[in-house]
Design a protein around this ligand. Structure first.
Ligand SMILES: [Zn+2]
Length: 293
């Protein structure tokens, strides 16, 4: 389970009852997706990646040297765009329950705890460490393309920020895209794959078509990167929800990426390895660049 933005993640130590409730909620999330989401299901963004026609006009004069592909390339289309990355949870959360359990506004007239501890692999690799590392890898990939990137927390040792403040950081930055990075913790055997959560029904224009397009672009890029779609929640890797605080409170195009199920042995090994985290980060960055282009 997850939810720095939404506070859906549970503490790592769960009672059997809490586990049962969590699993029940999880199933409800997948089955309870309103049929109306099909109307806002993000379209695939493959057309954005279609290379231009190769039939370029007039060839250069024969005396001209062949163009250097490096020097002739136009500026990256995403140059100057602003992306806010939200690495879920934080390293100091588990030792500061009084701070992170404080209720904050969650949108739609509801409240949520300020923040949560997140999940971890069975071997103890934490979600907060995973999200922090992946977010930094995504940042590096985007800044190399001229994108201005802001993170919602400066390190992996602090507490919070609260979910409403994380949303506000994206709003204040007037971000072209906001991506909250998480990883799930379903203990049901066989549950694996990624899913992307978007606000549904949308509460403002940014949560409508732009967020749906962002969700579709990142979904496509992750699928293209060989990361399997979730087999236990959402539809084709997409999950419209109304209970994620950070998405409810966002006035910018925003999604939450649940990269993997950290309780699945294969995906836990991937998440705990630098190569695996780079795989997730590269795919997320590629999806963002397609969306921003
Ligand atoms: Zn999480």
């Amino acid at each position: 389970m997850s939810g720095t933005l939404g506070g859906v993640h549970r503490a790592s130590l769960m009672t059997p009852l809490a586990l049962a409730l969590a699993v029940t909620a999880l199933v409800a999330c997948g089955n309870g997706e309103p049929a109306a989401t099909s109307g806002t299901t993000p379209a695939t963004s493959t057309e954005a990646t279609t290379p231009p026609e190769s039939s370029t006009p007039a060839a250069p004069p024969s005396s001209a040297p062949p163009p250097s592909s490096a020097s002739e390339q136009p500026p990256p289309p995403a140059k100057g765009k602003v992306v806010v990355l939200d690495p879920g949870h934080n390293g100091g959360n588990s030792k500061n329950p009084a701070v992170i359990n404080k209720p904050v506004p969650a949108g739609r007239g509801k409240g949520k705890p300020c923040n949560t501890t997140g999940t971890q692999t069975n071997a103890g690799y934490t979600e907060h460490a995973f999200t922090w590392d992946v977010a930094n890898r995504v940042r590096n990939a985007l800044t190399a393309k001229g994108v201005r990137v802001e993170l919602t927390r400066p390190n992996d040792t602090g507490v919070g920020p609260c979910v409403n403040e994380r949303a506000e950081i994206g709003n204040r930055a007037n971000a072209d895209a906001v991506v909250s990075i998480h990883s799930d913790g379903s203990t049901t055997a066989g549950h694996h794959g990624f899913h992307i959560i978007y606000s549904n029904p949308p509460l403002n224009p940014a949560q409508g078509t732009p967020s749906a397009k962002l969700a579709g672009a990142v979904r496509d890029a992750m699928r293209d990167g060989g990361i399997p779609l979730s087999n236990y929640t959402g539809k084709a890797g997409l999950n419209g929800r109304d209970d994620i605080a950070g998405l409810n409170l966002s006035t910018r195009p925003a999604i939450m990426v649940e990269c993997a199920n950290m309780r699945d042995a294969t995906e836990a090994a991937l998440a705990a390895s630098p190569e695996g985290r780079q795989k997730y980060a590269s795919a997320i960055a590629e999806g963002l660049l397609r969306y921003l282009a």
